[in-house]
Write a protein that binds this ligand. Sequence first.
Ligand code: DX5
Ligand code: ZN
Length: 218
Amino acid sequence: NEDVLIAPSVLSADFTKLGAELDAVRDADLVHYDVMDGHFVPNLSYGTAILKQVKAATKLPLDVHLMVSNPEVQVPWFLEAGADIISFHLEAATHANRLCAQIREAGAQAAVALNPATPVCLLDSVIEDVDLVLVMTVNPGFGGQSFIPNSVQKVRKLSELCREHGVSPAIEVDGGIGVGNARDIVEAGANVLVAGSSVFKPQDRAQAIAGLRAQGRL
Ligand code: DX5
Ligand code: ZN
């Protein structure tokens, strides 16, 4: 069994000392970067200027989660800014397959994200074109929300869908993930854990990451 990847979400970091915050999570596997446009989700976060600074301040790959309407407009901006993985929401994309191809052609990994109310069967026509599926386990827009319990069942269904198609994209879960639910969701098939408040709230970020890792080791 492969180890899960831990992706701290900088949305929960202290932005007045972002360099130190990134340094404190250097034992993680990815940096999760949440882009909110105030339209697809009811909140604003940050864009490419800060992503470039984050890229200069960490060696970890950048996992960019676009919670934006019309992602086809913004994907090129984030490719240019150095994203290693780009997730766009299936609910917001009109030509998901084309957008995945565009991301891959630029040398990044293509991912689609699903809101909690979006069923996994909608992935049927795109699952063979993605490197990763991001399953939202809260309604996107804010850090620190509670994990939606039926997400475990949803990830199980997604694992089945992947098996049926003979593909094995990474399965990332995002929202309310902590030591209390990491094991269940990994057992269901998730192998990338986003963690905002459960990594940045504790004083010792390295220990928080190690704790999540231990839960993910089945
Ligand atoms: C929510 C974002 C998440 C968020 C996770 O809209 O997509 O990545 O930062 O934060 P926690 O882990 O605190 O729920
Ligand atoms: Zn996210």
